[in-house]
Design a protein around this ligand. Structure first.
Ligand code: MTE
Ligand code: MO
Length: 338
């Protein structure tokens, strides 16, 4: 049967929808076996089809998470309205498992996170290795409700569980030469299909690497997370250990970390390597510095209700953490150091 191609739909959807959501819609359509071109779309008919997050027949997720006991933290913001757990677990960026938002939850289901080892090495007096159990027993676990802002202009509020990165760095006792901290994600193409295939993995050279200046790394807000919503992290959110830097774009918050290295030089970072004119080393959330291809002045907050009716809100300088972190960048040109 010849299906009439309605370019009108493509145009309208891509015009009004941020790119990642647009791709996700297409992905959902693919899974439903619906060719996008075949849809006689009345604009109000789409809502039901795409409203995956409010339908209850989508819950067949393997869940090996354990409950974690936490203490309160003065660095948490309990007044933030939380993004529902289901959305935090099903709308992810983790290119090692594919580039669509729903890929990580699907493809990381059997990702082995225990046993696990994390090395802290480089310019330190006491290099150390943490095993899986050490991640949960070495430091008191705090719950910290933070804002998360992706460079793609969407945001969530997440109740993370973890401890300050500073705790682990201090234990390793950096030498006076240490000026930066480099992070590395696990490299295991057998488990991570995006590492085995350039197209699946978005053209990234793996392992995913990230970095911070030492003073940023030692800031108490900088969190090593082992959990969210009261439980251990699911694989798609970076189990068993991931970074969370709440005043920076989400790509700085590297997942499934195996190595933390203190260095004297600014470390290479994955998105900066891929597109240096679009993604800088600093990546501080800043409404006044646009991405070359889109505005950063506002963001789509993913909260209750349909993902696609989520509200637009203004982007906050340093993602709302100015008071705590602005002094780190005093005298710096934030347009040049994006
Ligand atoms: N190793 C690795 N870490 C990563 C990514 C990735 O693709 N690989 N994506 C980053 C991006 S772009 C974002 S927005 C956050 C998303 O975290 P979440 O899925 O827990 O919301 O993870 C970051 N950490
Ligand atoms: Mo992101």
């Amino acid at each position: 049967m010849l299906i009439k191609k309605t370019n009108k739909w493509d145009l309208r959807e891509s015009d009004i929808t941020p790119e990642p959501i647009y791709h996700q819609r297409r992905d959902i359509l693919k899974k439903l076996g619906i060719a996008a071109a075949s849809l006689p779309l009345a604009s109000n008919a789409t809502a039901g089809i795409f409203d995956v997050f409010s339908s209850d027949d989508q819950t067949s997720v393997v869940d090996n998470r354990r409950s974690l006991t936490t203490i309160k933290s003065s660095l948490s913001n309990p007044t933030l309205s939380l993004t529902p757990e289901k959305k935090i677990l099903q709308y992810n960026n983790f290119y090692e498992f594919g580039t669509d938002k729903t890929d990580p939850a699907e493809r990381a289901k059997n990702f082995i996170t225990n046993p696990w080892q994390v090395k802290i090495d480089g310019l330190v007096n006491k290099p150390l290795t943490l095993d899986y159990d050490d991640l949960f027993s070495s430091f008191p676990l705090e719950e910290r409700i933070y804002r998360l802002r992706c460079v793609e202009a969407w945001s969530m509020n997440v109740p993370w569980i973890g401890f300050s990165l500073a705790d682990i760095i201090k234990r390793a006792d950096p030498t006076s030469k240490a000026k930066y901290v480099a992070f590395q994600t696990l490299y295991d193409p057998k488990q991570m299909p995006g590492q085995a295939s350039r197209s699946l993995g978005g053209g990234i050279d793996y392992p995913y690497v990230e970095g911070l200046r030492l003073d940023e790394a030692l800031h108490p807000l900088t969190l090593l997370s082992v959990g969210l919503y009261g439980k251990t992290l699911p694989p798609q959110n970076g189990a068993p250990l991931r970074l969370v830097v709440p005043w920076k774009y989400g790509f700085k918050s590297i997942k499934s970390i195996v190595r933390i290295t203190l260095t004297d030089k600014q470390p290479p970072t994955t998105w900066n390597i891929l597109a240096p004119n679009e993604y800088g080393f600093y990546a501080n959330v800043n409404p006044n510095v646009d991405h070359p291809r889109w505005s950063q002045a506002s963001e789509r907050f993913i909260g209750e209700g349909s993902l696609f009716s989520s509200r637009r809100q203004p982007t906050a300088m340093f993602n709302g953490y100015s008071e705590a972190v602005a002094s780190l960048y005093q005298g710096m040109d934030l347009k040049r150091n994006y």
